[in-house]
Ligand binder design. Structure first.
Ligand SMILES: Nc1ncnc2c1ncn2[C@@H]1O[C@H](COP(=O)(O)OP(=O)(O)OP(=O)(O)O)[C@@H](O)[C@H]1O
Ligand SMILES: [Mg+2]
Length: 366
């Protein structure tokens, strides 16, 4: 078991201009932690993981595992095990042989390999399949064999790159819970890459959000959701995404649809200190609510209703200045509004408003 540190680590691919696929990444992962790296496609997640595995050069900075600088140590010397998106199982070997292969290469004796494989198979519910070849397994079973192969090596760090992306939606949900439970049981430091923010939120002790090779924020799922450091993180974490719109400011608050949404004092002080006349206004779909026509609110024309059972997502337009802007509101699933209807919506609580700098996107409130 080990802690992991990226120390201003960069990977720069040649080209014109060169691509800083991972740009001065600094990140400390503690011993036993489950850290998720999340970000859109091309944000540098796989590159960051491969740098840790020793499969990609570190062009600047350093990487430490267990307090030791491993920047120039080859993959074999790093005591890590990686699970890829394509499980890369050996087709001609049985499940048991696949799982035990790394130990065999290491010269571990047969009895010990058998015992370790049996133990991993028990944990992963694979005991029935030990004599089968990979082609005779379902996608979920293959995924578990790939996990088993990593587990038997008892590495100090697990690295996983989108290990669930080949599974169907239901199996993904099941398997993500199993992986999280297994990690908790083994207590092995794990770095897990996904582009799926739901996976990130549900699995990670902490989540590191990457964009264009740059670390945006690393914190607990709760903190990322409640206090996104910038408009990018605010828009990326959460499903459906936070409503984010640049709106004019008045002396009382933010102007939407001819209505001034009052802002808390601390928020007004902050925008005044920054000398802003507009602000990026963020509100999550569940922080907006339908109100009766006699109450103060913003008019919204309903353009789409997605019924999810317990609740429904109402999509529609609210005017900001002269332009209709799309908003999503989470409403009660039993009495959703109908298409084309004009409804009135209001902010549930001013403390749930997020404000970001209109240019830098940085969070303005703490
Ligand atoms: N060998 C390479 N040569 C040049 N550029 C590369 C190379 N590998 C990756 N890149 C670039 O580096 C950036 C980061 O790629 P990376 O594969 O790390 O992204 P990712 O976040 O894992 O994306 P995805 O979610 O699609 O897997 C991308 O712009 C990619 O085009
Ligand atoms: Mg990738």
């Amino acid at each position: 078991m080990a802690e992991v540190s990226y120390v201003k680590a960069s990977r720069i691919f040649s080209g014109n201009p060169p691509v800083r696929a991972v740009d001065e990444l600094s990140l400390d992962v503690s011993d036993g932690e489950f850290l998720v790296l999340v970000g859109p496609s091309g944000s540098g997640k796989s590159t960051a993981l491969r740098m840790l595995a020793g499969l990609e050069d570190v062009d600047e900075g350093a990487i430490h595992i267990g307090g030791k600088d491993v920047t120039n140590v080859p993959p074999k010397g790093r005591d890590i095990a990686m699970v890829f998106q394509s499980y890369a199982l050996y087709p001609h070997m049985t499940v048991a042989e696949n799982m035990g292969f790394a130990l065999k290469l290491r010269g571990v004796n047969k009895a010990e390999i058998k015992e370790k494989v049996a133990e991993a198979a028990r944990m992963l519910d694979l005991e029935k399949y030990l004599d089968r070849k990979p082609k005779a397994l379902s996608g979920g079973q293959r995924q578990r064999v790939a996990m088993g192969r990593a587990i038997v090596r008892e590495p100090s760090v697990f690295l996983m790159d989108e290990p669930l992306s080949n599974l169907d939606a239901k199996l993904r949900v099941e398997t993500r819970a199993n992986i999280a439970a297994l990690q908790a049981r083994l207590g092995t430091t794990t770095i897990y890459v996904t582009h799926d923010q739901v996976e990130a939120m549900t699995m990670g002790h902490r989540v590191a959000v990457l964009k264009d090779g740059l670390l945006q924020q690393c914190d607990t799922p709760r903190a990322l959701y409640d206090k996104p450091a910038n408009a990018f993180v605010a828009g990326f974490m959460g499903s459906p995404a936070m409503n984010l719109k640049t709106v004019p400011l008045t002396s009382e608050g933010a102007k939407l649809d001819g209505l001034v949404v009052p802002l808390e004092r601390r928020m007004m002080d902050k925008v005044a200190a920054e000398g802003l006349s507009t602000v990026t206004f963020g509100i999550r779909p569940e922080s907006l609510a339908l109100v009766s026509s006699s109450e103060q609110g913003m008019d919204m024309t309903v353009e789409l209703v997605e019924e999810l059972g317990a609740d429904a997502l109402m999509h529609g337009s609210i005017r900001i200045g002269d332009t209709p802007e799309r908003f999503v509101v989470r409403v009660d699933g039993r009495t959703p509004p109908t298409l084309g209807q004009t409804v009135k919506i209001a902010v549930r609580d001013a403390s749930e408003i997020h404000l970001f700098h209109p240019e830098s996107g940085n969070r303005l409130t703490d």
